[in-house]
Design a protein around this ligand. Structure first.
Ligand SMILES: [Zn+2]
Length: 221
């Protein structure tokens, strides 16, 4: 980096010191105090997907993680996606290689149009950049589904069954399916079915966070 760039960066950081994503106080993108409140998700991985596929959940959906997910979901901030990507990399480094292909869980076009972006795609893009892997945003939600939050597990499965389809050239043999929050896994299962139907043979689920049972009301499925 040229010294002028370094100088500008230094002064910009001094004039606009970065505030913590979770508590809004100064101290970096996630301050030390908030970092210490993060809890590793260490419950056995839920059996979610149709065939022999691993599912990784990085963190417990606790207060701090809720702030991070909220920022990721309702504001289009690349630094939050980058932070979330780094947090995942700390917990699940095996998923981040240059051979990794990340596929985000899609939003329906109507919801995408009203919100302007898909938080899972921001996260998948950050992971692809971090690992020098590939982002393939080709999974499409072909019908809109009612929000999952108030539904039970069977209703959720019925709600999202056949809601997704892969578009374009067949996916690679192995892909990593990315979502911000994992609840029952009904959405990931339906996405996984669509990926398999399109030709993927091995799918790894990867989520930033999941509530510990008993579940807090989740933001979506
Ligand atoms: Zn903080």
């Amino acid at each position: 980096m040229h010294w002028i760039d370094r100088w500008c960066e230094h002064w910009l950081a001094w004039i606009f010191p970065e505030r913590c994503v979770a508590c809004e106080r100064h101290g970096g993108s996630l301050c030390k105090a908030c970092q210490q409140t993060l809890e590793d998700y260490d419950e056995p991985p839920p059996t979610l997907l149709a065939v022999q596929q691993a599912t990784h959940v990085a963190y417990v959906y606790n207060h701090t993680m809720r702030q991070i997910v909220h920022r990721l979901k309702y504001r289009r901030e690349r630094r939050v996606a980058r932070l979330a990507g780094h947090l995942i990399a700390q917990r699940v480094p095996t998923c981040l290689t240059s051979a990794s292909v990340f596929v985000p869980v899609p939003l329906h076009a109507t919801r995408l149009a009203s919100r302007g972006f898909n938080q899972a795609a921001l996260l998948a893009s950050a992971l692809a950049r971090l690992s020098r892997g590939q982002l393939l945003d080709k999974l499409v939600r072909q019908r809109d589904t009612p929000p999952q939050a108030r539904l039970g597990i069977r209703e959720r499965q019925a709600n999202v069954a056949d809601a997704f389809v892969w578009q374009g050239a067949p996916p690679p043999t192995h892909v990593i399916l990315v979502d911000d929050v994992l609840t029952t896994g009904a959405t990931m299962r339906a996405c996984s079915d669509a990926l398999q139907a399109a030709g993927a043979r091995s799918i790894t689920g990867l989520a930033l966070a999941r509530s510990r049972a008993p579940r807090q009301p989740p933001p979506h499925g």
